[in-house]
Ligand binder design. Structure first.
Ligand SMILES: *[C@@H]1O[C@H](CO)[C@@H](O)[C@H](O)[C@H]1NC(C)=O
Ligand SMILES: *[C@@H]1O[C@H](CO)[C@@H](O)[C@H](O)[C@H]1NC(C)=O
Length: 267
């Protein structure tokens, strides 16, 4: 009972404090600073309830693929997306999809003939480009492939920790991991290096875009690559990706798991 009350208090606290910041007789400063630390947000980052609701509605539409295509996040939602990404929201959503994926993998009936497979996308699925997007408005800026390539070539993208946990669970079940990425073949070495450094190993195959794949939509390119895996006799149990173009098309897996990403859209 007592526990419930604490939760309730915490959940209304942000709104209460946000509204009181503009109050002529605000809370003593230390209390506000304490809240800012708890929530991981800077002082003054408080968003109005209306903006919170509007941008949550926008994000749900994005995650459900009801709102596509789109080129950049709405200007009004810049602070909202930032708070979601660096606060607890993104992390919780990542954990939830990872947990559900793992539950499914553990419950699936496996043949054990080495042909059970799971597909993983790389960017924003296994590796996080959040350090890059922190410098580029969390999706507010139009995508710049030259700058992004420079970031990729540093090979320092950290693991999405919840995905690393799922990845290792999938492998431990004897399921083969196929990494299917929109990254170019010319980034093979740096991508391998980055994956290993971030803790990923023992994938069955890393598939990148070759020259003949350039110009295709991700949906088409990835479908063709999955078609080939099916032709090779693999059974695609699961597919994890942050874009719907990772998950839709032909030769879809038994279960698709949409990893959250409100920062960009790839057709
Ligand atoms: C995911 O699973 C872990 C470990 O079982 C648990 O600690 C965590 O709370 C779960 N997260 C969510 C969001 O379900
Ligand atoms: C990639 O690595 C392989 C093996 O380490 C090496 O033979 C090859 O030259 C490298 N390719 C590039 C483009 O750096």
């Amino acid at each position: 009972m007592c526990f419930k009350k604490v939760i309730l208090l915490l959940s209304i606290l942000p709104f209460a404090l946000c509204q009181d910041i503009s109050d002529p007789s605000p809370f003593p400063r230390p209390l506000i600073i304490e809240y800012a630390e708890i929530n991981g947000a800077r002082l003054g980052d408080c968003l109005s309830v209306e903006v919170q609701l509007k941008c949550t509605s926008w994000r749900v539409a994005v995650e459900a693929n009801n709102l596509s295509p789109w080129a950049r996040i709405p200007e009004d939602c810049a602070d909202y997306v930032k708070e979601y990404m660096v606060g607890k929201g993104y992390e919780l959503d990542l954990q939830r999809v990872s947990n559900e994926s793992e539950n499914y993998a553990r419950s699936a009936s496996l043949s054990g003939d080495g042909k059970d497979a799971w597909i993983f996308d790389i960017d924003e699925t296994l590796l996080s480009n959040l350090p890059y997007y922190e410098e580029h408005g969390y999706g507010l800026e139009i995508f710049d492939s030259t700058k992004f390539d420079q970031w990729v070539e540093m090979g320092t993208a950290p693991a999405v920790e919840s995905s690393l946990k799922l990845y290792n669970a999938v492998l431990s079940l004897g399921i083969k991991a196929f990494l299917l990425t929109g990254r170019s073949e010319r980034h093979r070495n740096i991508t391998v290096h980055n994956l290993l450094k971030s803790g990923f190993q023992d994938w069955n195959k890393l598939i990148l875009r070759s020259t003949e794949d350039h110009g295709k939509t991700a949906t088409k390119y990835k479908s063709e690559k999955r078609d080939e895996l099916i032709k090779d006799g693999y059974r695609l149990l699961g597919n994890s990706g942050d874009q719907w173009s990772d998950l839709l098309g032909s030769s879809t897996a038994n279960r698709a798991f949409k990893v959250p990403n409100p920062m960009y859209y790839i057709p």
